[in-house]
Design a protein around this ligand. Structure first.
Ligand code: CMX
Length: 139
């Protein structure tokens, strides 16, 4: 694994939670996006060395809605940056890790993502993510 890409935090409402992160903690919101496949609206906050992703459910069917219903708001997952997600999935499976996604799917920002089952990771939900390479004229 290369680095922590972000920490995902489940919230009931971005509108209600963003002022705490922006005005009290002083983080800058760099993007807000709907991820329809995951039934969430997400806001990315740039902290010093890591990003924080606030995830608000957009309906009652997704993993975040279920998480909040059972446990309330709070830390949901840690995302680790990888170079080749397909190679990583294969390595993890060879190490006996149960993957929730054996085939990567598209997440926020067009990244390819896959989750490890928390039962295979000592109670933590880890996401691995591979970012698309920046195009030459992207800054
Ligand atoms: N962190 C750690 N453990 C978790 C967890 C979390 N976020 N969510 C669930 N669990 C644990 C539960 O405590 C439970 O453990 P026990 O059986 O010991 O009680 C077990 O996992 C099963 O949990 P559950 O509440 O019965 O919930 P589900 O089985 O319906 O789903 C999970 C759990 C992790 C399989 C499901 O949430 C999932 O597939 N997640 C991956 C996708 C996802 O989280 N998408 C949202 C984020 C998308 C994004 O970042 O864009």
């Amino acid at each position: 694994m290369k680095n922590v890409d972000h920490i995902g935090i489940a919230v009931r409402s971005l509108e209600e939670s963003l002022p705490f992160y922006e005005n009290v903690l002083g983080f800058t919101c760099s993007a807000i996006e709907n991820v329809d496949s995951e039934h969430v609206k997400v806001a990315f906050l740039d902290a010093i060395n890591v990003r924080i992703e606030l995830l608000e459910p957009t309906n009652s069917n997704g993993a975040i809605a279920k998480f909040i219903e059972k446990r309330g708001e709070g830390i949901h997952h840690i995302a680790l940056k990888v170079d080749s997600i397909e190679n990583r999935i294969s390595d993890l499976k060879n190490n006996g890790i149960q993957m929730l996604n054996e085939v990567p799917k598209e997440g926020a920002g067009g990244a390819l993502i896959a989750f490890l089952h928390p039962k295979s990771a000592h109670g933590v939900l880890y996401e691995i993510c591979e970012k698309k390479p920046l195009k030459e004229n992207d800054s």
